[in-house]
Ligand binder design. Structure first.
Ligand code: BTN
Length: 322
């Protein structure tokens, strides 16, 4: 379709003026058809400026989820991602669980989620269209990864991407929350499906939510949630973040086998509450202890009353002790 080809050309030359003449030649359509397609693209949210007697320009800050632009920002293009962008769905993780025929390396993204899910049955605020809500499906060669460390790899990938592109310093609250200045900016939900007959893992779904250009949060989470926009006062192009994030994710997932120590070292550098007293929640059970370390499985090592114990992420969440 000429509208899609036009968008690709504008995206490949983002921030540069393309003349109506050049566009009509490149696409093999009339200048009037170019103009009509430009208007259609504007209507669907692309920030395109017309410059009198010069042509059209897709603004550098135009922030519209686009497969082509995501691909342009992949750091290495050897992963054949199947990218699906949807307007609004309950949850990208749920979508991958329910649609069984999707190929390996499918990435599903949506503008907003009506039932964004978090760990421990919690919800994740995702009605805002300024956020990134994505899930990646892995089904082939799961032996390439130590899936036990997948959440940690995703957390490291998310912090690396945000720090590099947004000039902020993120931290990780074990096991899956990304914080900036004491507030949550991103969360990760890793899920798997088990093959009943063989009791082996048959798919891995890694869901990542990032509050990017979100301006306001509902009152009930305003004190605990933040966005990259709220922290920096700047807007970011989500396609760029997504491209980098997918590449960083693959790199860190591979480290779960090739260099787990290196991965854990990166995770620990970012981890909140090291050496501090924390409160540990397991359902209605509450206990306290000092966070000493992480073991090779990414489990917490806690000391309380002179004894150490290891806690696995299963049903546990932690907070700094008041
Ligand atoms: C948490 O806060 O415990 C994790 C939040 C994970 C949110 C992401 S958004 C994309 C994907 N789809 C979901 O429903 N959840 C994850």
């Amino acid at each position: 379709m000429s509208k899609d080809k036009l968008l690709t050309l504008l995206e490949e030359n983002k921030g540069q003026i393309l003349s109506g003449n050049d566009l009509s030649t490149a696409l093999g359509i009339s200048r009037n058809a170019v103009w009509k397609s430009i208007n259609a693209l504007r209507k669907s949210g692309h920030d395109i400026t017309s410059i009198r007697n010069k042509g059209y320009l897709l603004e550098l800050q135009s922030d519209h989820l686009s497969e082509n632009e995501i691909r342009m920002h992949l750091l290495k293009d050897d992963e054949a991602y199947n990218i699906i962008i949807l307007d609004e769905i309950p949850s990208t993780n749920t979508y991958l669980k329910e649609n069984k025929d999707l190929p390996d390396n499918t990435v599903v993204l949506t503008k907003s989620q009506t039932k964004g899910r978090g760990r421990l049955g919690r919800s994740f605020h995702s009605e805002d269209e300024g956020g990134i809500y994505l899930s990646l499906l892995k089904i082939d060669d799961l032996k390439k990864y130590n899936t036990e460390l997948a959440t940690l790899a995703a957390a490291v990938a998310t912090t690396e991407t945000i720090d590099t592109l947004c000039g902020v310093t993120t931290q990780i609250k074990w096991v899956n929350d990304i914080y900036i200045e004491g507030k949550k900016v991103s969360g990760i939900l890793t899920e798997g499906t088990i093959e009943f007959e063989t009791s082996t893992l048959s798919s891995l779904i890694i869901g990542i939510g990032i509050n990017v250009n979100t301006e306001e949060f509902p009152e009930e989470i305003n004190d605990i949630a933040t966005s990259l926009y709220k922290i920096t006062g700047k807007r970011f192009v989500r396609n760029e973040i997504i491209g980098h994030l997918l590449s960083a994710l693959e790199k860190n997932l591979l480290m779960t086998i090739s260099d787990p120590k290196g991965l854990l070292a990166k995770y620990k550098k970012k981890m909140l509450y090291f050496g501090e007293e924390i409160t540990i929640y397991r359902g209605s059970e509450i206990s306290t202890g000092k966070l000493l370390d992480l073991n090779e499985k990414g489990h917490l090592i806690i000391e309380s009353n002179g004894t150490t114990r290891t806690l696995n992420s299963g049903e546990i969440s932690i907070r700094k002790r008041d």
